[in-house]
Design a protein around this ligand. Structure first.
Ligand code: GLC
Length: 729
């Protein structure tokens, strides 16, 4: 009897499922997503379609307003709701109030970690380790997905040459080629092998495009940029993200050809859709539809909604221009049903892609959330990323790694600092999750060897006396200084790149004690080090390193890990040199400022190790090829140090001249390779360069590989290379 009941129940379920699938064909998993989306759209009213284009910013304080909007189908997706409990409550409500059972999609800014916060993207890019960066994004995706989210507003792929800009911290540095490699790795890390898995999230390539083009590093102060700059500097990293399959793109706050990007059909359609072939979801940035009013580019949100829809924007983040105006605009014939349906299509398609129509609770398993957040695996993977992101910028007389024995003073404003180490885009990261320098040093060197003394951020109070006295009593001193996360990030730009004067004065007093003095410097951007360098024997630049920062730095200082990072952003000597970057257009004469030493403090690609690596025998397989041929480049690299270590071999191409009449860049990164070498080991590193590596954007704005004379440069950084010349016919 029992079996009969079960069978009947199973048949009933199958029947209902079948009926449901017939009544709601969009739930039929065997259909292609495009058919499912269209089947659903065919059932939807215009109001419901418009509701899908609304990206609502949630707050608990306005929960009832939110639910009222949901009950009227006026919300499609949500940002700033987090955690399984909160999101499940909102999803339950949405499904109960959606005539067609349409789930909400939940987004968030998970830029470099959700709760296990990793180093800032600018630091991660200094690893040049795309596999490691991909794994780190996968950690972020696992934690975000376990917390109810299915889309993150990352990677941020702006290319910045002005570290005064607060958002430099989220970029992968000044170079389009490296930023492209990082963009691909980050997209693949977030999105994994399938968007419909419960431990992956849809990525979002932002900010499309040219957001870094701001006047004097001043956020929101758009600086016009040419189509050449667009194609050479700003577009490649987004192109790479789109080729990697990124599911969404976010428009930028900046302007192009005089228009807010939000209104630019050239950017949103010609470029994004037609040139780059992007078919996914295109959303605004935070209230760009209403920002345009303040920018004087729009009289009202009706106008903004019309222009944004015409420019191909599918989803309106938090301005409510679409929500409050599209229906009237449609009824007045100002926008068409087709435009609305196209936008709603891509908003719904994203939900189908991440599996929400197959299971609206896919990302809402409280047990998985508890298991995933701050898991040991996530922390260990993040630790390795953090180790590979810290730059060794000075190590006189190989004072590092620190000798065994003796007492170590860990002092300064960042000795016990936790909050700043999270960086500014920390998602749900908490200061208590951070291993501080003091904790890391005690863990790695043993509490007995470590003496700790903190002081205030400006190093101007009596606490500095304690710092100096603690330093006096130790054999070696780790001075932890830098810039916190208050003047970095969105809308947080600086007019100088110096750290607090009090910190420098404190460092000088410590150095005068004659002890081994090592600086560990923290910051979300390249800072001026010219006053720090003379006052220390070694300098480890730790960036804003995330939750594992203190332990990673300690492992490096002890020699249990060997520094290998190379900077992805030029370090200026003074802020007056900014903008400063390696791949400038070639000047007619090389001149330097008359009032500062030549060149940057540290060039793009620079980073020291505890080893030295010898480069030799740079060879090309030919001296003359056709513009359509590949060439092979080989170089030998030998580890002449005492430790097993990783070296990042960099390959640049310089156009001595080519058949185009454009002025080429000084040089451009075209390949890189990480190799691990044991002490004394030598490896031959081979690169195959396609004609792509020699392309130039001609005066007709066409990418072409032209006949000409070129120089292949291979070395340890952009300023320290071996060269070989090559003719392309
Ligand atoms: C912000 C940022 C963007 C972020 C969005 C949502 O203003 O420009 O990067 O993803 O709003 O927080």
């Amino acid at each position: 009897m029992k079996h009969k009941v079960i069978l009947a129940a199973a048949l009933a379920l199958l029947f209902c499922g079948g009926v449901q699938a017939q009544k709601r064909p969009w739930l039929n998993k065997s259909l292609p997503i495009s058919d499912r989306v269209n089947a659903l759209l065919d059932q939807m009213t215009v109001e419901e379609m418009i509701g899908e284009t609304v990206l609502h910013s949630y707050s608990v304080e306005k929960d009832s307003d939110f639910r009222a909007l949901v009950s009227k189908n006026k919300v499609g997706a949500v940002l700033k709701a987090n955690g399984v409990i909160q999101i499940k409550s909102l999803q339950d409500y949405a499904l109960a109030h959606s005539r067609l059972g349409i789930p909400l999609m939940f987004h968030e800014d998970v830029i470099h970690g959700y709760r296990t916060v990793a180093p800032i993207p600018l630091a991660q890019a200094c690893s040049w380790d795309t596999a490691m960066v991909r794994r780190t994004a996968a950690v972020a995706a696992r934690e975000a997905a376990a917390s109810g989210l299915s889309l993150t507003y990352a990677p941020m792929l702006d290319v910045c040459v002005d570290p005064r800009w607060g958002r430099v911290t989220e970029t992968s540095g000044e170079d389009p080629f490296l930023s492209s490699a990082m963009g691909e790795a980050l997209v693949k890390g977030f999105q994994g092998s399938s968007l419909s898995l419960a431990n992956t999230v849809m990525a979002c390539s932002k900010h499309f495009v040219g957001y870094a083009s701001v006047t004097a590093g001043h956020d929101y102060l758009g600086e016009e940029f040419s189509q050449r700059q667009l194609f050479e500097r700003y577009l490649p990293s987004h192109d790479a993200a789109i080729r990697a399959g990124v599911g969404s793109v976010m428009c930028s706050y900046t302007m192009y050809n005089g228009q807010p990007v939000t209104f630019s059909k050239y950017i949103g359609k010609d470029l994004l859709r037609d040139t780059l072939g992007f078919k996914g979801l295109y959303m605004t940035d935070w209230t760009t539809c209403s920002n345009a009013l303040r920018q004087g580019a729009s009289p009202n949100k009706r106008f903004s909604a019309t222009k944004s829809l015409e420019a191909g924007i599918d989803m309106d983040m938090a301005s409510n221009a679409y929500r409050d105006n599209l229906l009237a605009l449609y009824k007045e014939g100002k926008v068409s049903l087709g435009q609305i349906r196209n936008a709603a299509y891509r908003c719904l398609e994203a939900k189908f892609k991440v599996g929400l129509f197959d299971n609206p609770y896919l990302y809402l398993d409280p047990k998985r959330e508890k298991r995933e957040i701050l898991s040991e695996q996530n922390k260990q993977e993040t630790l390795e990323m953090t180790v590979e992101s810290m730059l060794l910028l000075k190590n006189d007389n190989s004072v590092l790694p620190l000798a065994d024995g003796g007492t170590i003073a860990v002092v300064g404003p960042f000795a016990e600092e936790k909050d700043a180490l999270l960086g500014v885009w920390r998602a749900k990261g908490k200061p208590e999750d951070v291993t501080s320098m003091a904790e890391g040093m005690s863990k790695v060197f043993g509490k007995g060897r470590v003496k700790i003394a903190s002081c205030d951020y400006k190093a101007l109070t009596d606490s500095v006396e304690t710092v100096v006295n603690t330093a006096k009593s130790a054999d070696a001193v780790i001075v932890c200084i830098g810039q916190n996360s208050k003047n970095i990030g969105e809308a947080n730009c600086v007019s100088t790149l110096e750290i607090e004067k009090g910190q420098i004065d404190m460092l000088r007093r410590i150095k005068a004690l004659g002890k081994t003095t090592i600086v560990v410097m923290f910051g979300g951007r390249p800072l001026i080090t010219k006053d720090v360098l003379p006052e220390c024997d070694a300098l480890l630049y730790a960036w804003h390193p995330g939750v594992m920062g203190g332990e990673a730095a300690a492992l490096l200082l002890k020699g249990e890990r060997v520094p290998s990072a190379k900077t992805c952003q030029t370090f200026p000597r003074t802020v007056g040199q900014v903008p400063i970057y390696y791949n400038t257009y070639r000047p007619m004469n090389y001149i330097e400022y008359t009032d500062v030493e030549k060149g940057p403090q540290f060039p793009f690609g620079f980073g020291l190790s505890y080893n030295t690596y010898e480069y030799s025998d740079l060879k090309l397989n030919t001296g003359k090829v056709k513009t359509t041929d590949n060439i092979t480049v080989s170089v030998k690299v030998k580890n002449t140090g005492k430790y097993e270590g990783r070296e990042i071999v960099q390959l640049y191409v310089k156009h001595i001249y080519d058949a185009s009449t454009v002025i080429p860049k000084e040089k451009e990164l075209q390949a890189f390779r990480s190799i691990v070498l044991k002490p004394g080991e030598e490896q031959e590193v081979k690169f195959t360069l396609t004609p792509e590596a020699f392309k130039v954007l001609t005066e007709n704005m066409q990418w072409k590989t032209e006949p000409g004379l070129y120089e292949v440069q291979v070395g340890r950084n952009s300023a320290d290379v071996m060269t070989q010349r090559l003719t392309l016919e």
